[in-house]
Design a binder for this molecule. Structure first.
Ligand SMILES: [Zn+2]
Length: 537
């Protein structure tokens, strides 16, 4: 066991006096373990949004923050930020679609077979008559990569058809994907340009399972991502429908990957669409606490972690129906609580610290999206988001992997701190997982706020990469999003303590300096941040 795990309050105070505040922490593996056990117990019922499990979790968090003397950090001096999630369900047999050819002949499309349609927007209703059609390739405008699928084409009032994914190759991050591959980005870009709808062109033919599966999925209840682009409708067509419209998927696939492609109108063609969905609201909450900065209180550093998990599922296989989520994310939740305790014990920071416990991450990062859509602290003067999702459970590691390596300068700050401990920052090593898009740092990144998400080291000090990777894969395979993700007295939280210590030092450096972390020139988020440069002069 490392000495810093057992150093008590008196020793800690001495260290503060002797070594300055950067050493004044004493993260305790025992206390982390104890608190994780509490909020992942069966009576928290898997912490599903809108349930009694939510209520218990938020009450526990508030009590912790009151005990260490933090201020409420939500809107209007409250602890909670209300998050109203709108859920949409298609009205059976209400969707209609057709297209009209250059000769004026109408071709009816069968929803669920030829085309899928959703109106997951503010009112759940879409009614479009005779809109022009545009094919926009991948639908990507990436100025930092010199890529522009739209060119000068005006798509105002039109329906934009795009291909899923993004171009292959190093221009788009090689093995790792960029945000440009996401449907949400493509919808945003089309909406910004005035389009009324976005249709994704599937490479699959009507009879292929890839299409029939996705067509079935399109009938399910869907929750709106707060702040998402509200084009009238979104949908998909298969390769057969595309061919009828004059779009040959195989021929286009070669053209759109070269960088020379420009969007074009489908000459003389129009489309009409009607969609109707019922809506309901699920109310949940983010909980926020803060330590107000002494000299630059309007500049904030956010530590975030999602408090929710996936609840109880009576249809789960086996006896145990409760998804306790001890690792995911009672551990990160407690990590943020303990971060707050340690930072409160340090000298008052110049900038403000915010501790944000996000709701509904497991439903698609929805609490964090709700926060950035309606931020309590202006995003332009939010210095950084440091997100903690699933603390590492191992002995000491040499590596400190992060999601989204190469994105912003926070990784260089972390590297400098890690080096002092003989450690190094690396990528997450699993490009196929798309981890960068799967936790609450991402909505911040997408909104231009430099964000950092550390992950589990696998380069063990004892046993190296071979032992570390095998152990990690076994643990992830056995427990991730399963009822067996439960607290255990056997957990080794040494690596968790080491990472929290690094993130504590990083936060203090940011809070007592004047630097603004920046996006790297190759990042797709630099342009978003640049729009608010004036606020950081
Ligand atoms: Zn999860």
């Amino acid at each position: 066991m490392f000495a810093r795990l057992i150093c008590g309050a008196a020793a800690s105070a001495l260290m503060l006096a002797a070594a300055g505040m950067a050493s004044a922490q004493d993260f305790s593996a025992l206390r982390l373990s104890d608190e994780i056990r509490t909020i992942s117990a069966d009576d928290f019922q898997g912490r599903y949004p809108g349930t009694d499990g939510e209520k218990k979790t938020l009450e526990w968090l508030q009590a912790r923050y009151e005990a260490v003397g933090l201020e409420p950090g939500g809107p209007d001096g409250q602890w909670l930020q209300v998050v109203d999630l709108k859920r949409y369900t298609p009205v059976a047999d209400a969707a209609r679609a057709s297209w009209t050819d250059a000769g004026g002949q109408v071709h009816v499309l069968t929803p669920g077979t030829d085309i899928t349609l959703r109106a997951v927007t503010n009112d759940g209703q879409a009614s479009i008559t005779g809109a022009g059609l545009v094919f926009a390739g991948f639908g990507i405008h990436a100025p930092e990569r010199g890529w522009d699928d739209y060119g000068d084409l005006d798509v105002t009032g039109k329906i934009v058809i795009v291909m899923g994914g993004e171009p292959d190759g190093d221009l788009f991050n090689g093995q790792y994907t960029t945000n440009y591959q996401s449907g949400a980005y493509k919808a945003d870009e089309a909406k910004r340009r005035g389009a009324v709808g976005v249709i994704t062109l599937s490479k699959a033919a009507a009879a292929e399972p890839a299409w029939t599966r996705s067509a079935q999925g399109a009938g399910r209840t869907r929750t709106l991502t707060p702040g998402a682009a509200d084009t009238e409708f979104s949908g998909a067509i298969n390769a057969d429908t595309a061919r009828a419209l004059g779009l040959d998927v195989a021929a286009l696939a070669g053209r759109i990957g070269t960088g020379d492609f420009r969007a074009f109108e489908l000459p003389g063609l129009t489309m009409s669409v009607q969609v109707s969905e019922t809506t309901e609201t699920l109310r949940t909450h983010n909980l926020l606490a803060k330590i107000t900065g002494t000299t630059r209180p309007n500049e904030t550093i956010i530590y975030s972690a999602h408090w929710d998990h996936v609840g109880v599922n009576e249809r789960a296989a086996g006896e145990d129906k409760i998804f306790n989520g001890a690792w995911d994310n009672a551990s990160g939740t407690v990590g943020v609580v303990e971060m707050a305790r340690q930072l409160k014990a340090a000298a008052a920071p110049e900038r403000t610290f915010v501790f944000a416990h996000m709701a509904a991450e497991e439903m698609g990062l929805l609490g964090a999206y709700a926060y950035v859509a309606d931020p309590v602290y202006p995003l332009a003067t939010t210095v950084a988001d440091i997100n903690i999702d699933m603390l590492p459970l191992s002995g000491p590691t040499r590596d400190v992997p992060i999601f989204g390596k190469g994105q912003n300068s926070l990784e260089d700050d972390l590297q400098a701190l890690a080096e002092k401990e003989g450690r190094y920052v690396s990528d997450d090593g699993q490009p196929e997982q798309g981890f960068y898009y799967r936790s609450d740092h991402f909505p911040f990144a997408r909104a231009g706020v430099p964000a950092l998400m550390p992950w589990h080291g696998v380069d063990w000090v004892e046993g190296g990469r071979e032992a570390g990777l095998a152990a990690w894969q076994a643990k992830f395979g056995a427990d991730y999003h399963r009822p067996s993700d439960e607290w255990s007295a056997d957990w080794d939280l040494t690596s968790a303590v080491e990472n929290l210590t690094l993130l504590y030092r990083l936060g203090l450096d940011l809070a007592n300096g004047e630097r603004w972390p920046t996006w790297k020139p190759t990042s797709e988020f630099g342009q978003v941040r640049a729009a608010s440069d004036a606020a950081r002069q």
